[in-house]
Design a protein around this ligand. Sequence first.
Ligand SMILES: NC(=O)c1ccc[n+]([C@@H]2O[C@H](COP(=O)([O-])OP(=O)(O)OC[C@H]3O[C@@H](n4cnc5c(N)ncnc54)[C@H](O)[C@@H]3O)[C@@H](O)[C@H]2O)c1
Ligand SMILES: C[N+](C)(C)CC=O
Length: 492
Amino acid sequence: MDLKLKLQHYINGKWVGADSSDTRTIINPYNQEVIATVPEGNETEAKEAIAAARAAFDNGEWAATPATERGAILRTIAEFIERDKEELAYLESLDTGKTVEESRGDMEDIAGVFRYYAELADKDGGEMIDSPVANSISKVVREPVGVCGQITPWNYPLLQASWKLAPALATGNTLIMKPSEITPLTTVKVFQLIEEAGVPAGVANLVLGAGSTIGAELSANEDVDLISFTGGIVTGKKIMQAASSNVKKLALELGGKNPNIIFADADFETAVDQALNGVFFHAGQICSAGTRLIVEESIHDEFVQALVERVKKFKLGSGFDEDTQMGPLISAEHLQKVEQYVEAGVQEGATLAVGGKRPEDPELQKGFFYLPTIFTDCTSDMTVVQEEAFGPIITVEKFSTEEEAVKISNDSIYGLAGGVWTNDTRKAERCAAKMRMGTVWVNDFNLYFPHAPWGGFKQSGIGRELGKLGLEEYTETKHIFQNLNPEPINWF
Ligand SMILES: NC(=O)c1ccc[n+]([C@@H]2O[C@H](COP(=O)([O-])OP(=O)(O)OC[C@H]3O[C@@H](n4cnc5c(N)ncnc54)[C@H](O)[C@@H]3O)[C@@H](O)[C@H]2O)c1
Ligand SMILES: C[N+](C)(C)CC=O
């Protein structure tokens, strides 16, 4: 398959192969066909990229480039993404199995992120402090952090990369990006666009390969000043430990086990529709999927029945078929993990209302497909309710009071996002205030946009991406105090 991509690392402004002869094949999760062969880097390429980023930061040119110029380059990248949207969407769907319609939406979001940070790049004029010392100037300025390691997951490969690349470049940092080894294609393509847009050599570097080698090197290497990671909680904890080597700044966007509370007074049809969308979009492989459905007792049975009827009609298939609603899971290993969570659910006493197995359709046998699955009679202590399966599984719990609904929603080590469905605005406000999550949606679900911060409470992470906070993550704050009338103190 000719993807017309430079399938190489991008280090110090040059496209380079691996030092070793190692390669990795990239598989289409729909049919297991090989779609690309990419060089498999290791610590050697990681160190070369870190050295390039360090030199590019230390020469000071990128940070000294006027912010308006950096913003203009980001705007150009956004234009190139829009220009190449179809190619990017095709690559993303090939790599992840998600529907091409969804990938097109992702590309629009990604261009929007570059545009948003292009606009913010030159808006920080610092801050003057009302100094308590006469004849002095006290000001606060923000400076780039330095060399940033950026590590991304496979489920939203380019979207998650854009949330890191755009703010890092806007604020004058240099960086090394390591995409998921399973889904590198769109990130490679965007580095071609970064080169085409005129980002200077050494400022943005790309290394392809495994987390255990390249990711671990980025996390531990003392020439890296900040590590920004999106991925699973287990990896996040390893990165946090490694990053202590030189007390790196740390941004972690980890998993979620997100509650979705449905009150009896909600708009029934909309809540059913969005509860399904909130989980089964991208086959449940979304950090913010609303997998823990918490339904008011009085509508529970009717609600579950409506969900099950709709789920039975889902069309699974190739992301490139127009009528496909749900694609495959990402890999054989992931499929197995999802199956194990379903087995655990059954063993621990949950009732399987629908799904719970691989599809029998002969056309789906080569792909990593799993039927959309709904468990009822769930309780918060069950493994399938507590752990992130990252697949097409809904667990349904019942509640009878508002207090109980909120309590169940907070019964998790995670705190990424959650939803509340009700027509009572005051009830929605009360619940939103008590839910311990980085995002609470009222009468909506899984909505995110560049202007609003994204990130988790509790073990869902540290720091925020998107919004102004997502830009600030890539800056150090400096207070500069200038005495305009220095005099001796005469103490000693
Ligand atoms: N909070 C969010 O915004 C958000 C967004 C997307 C995905 N996620 C989470 O990502 C997870 C799924 O992604 P995944 O399976 O790719 O996660 P993962 O943790 O397995 O891998 C993520 C990245 O980390 C790298 N990595 C692996 N071991 C490493 C190590 N020891 N040191 C450094 N890097 C290492 C991988 O190569 C990959 O690039 C889910 O838990 C999901 O909730 C969170
Ligand atoms: C952050 N988000 C919702 C785009 C992808 C999570 O997996």
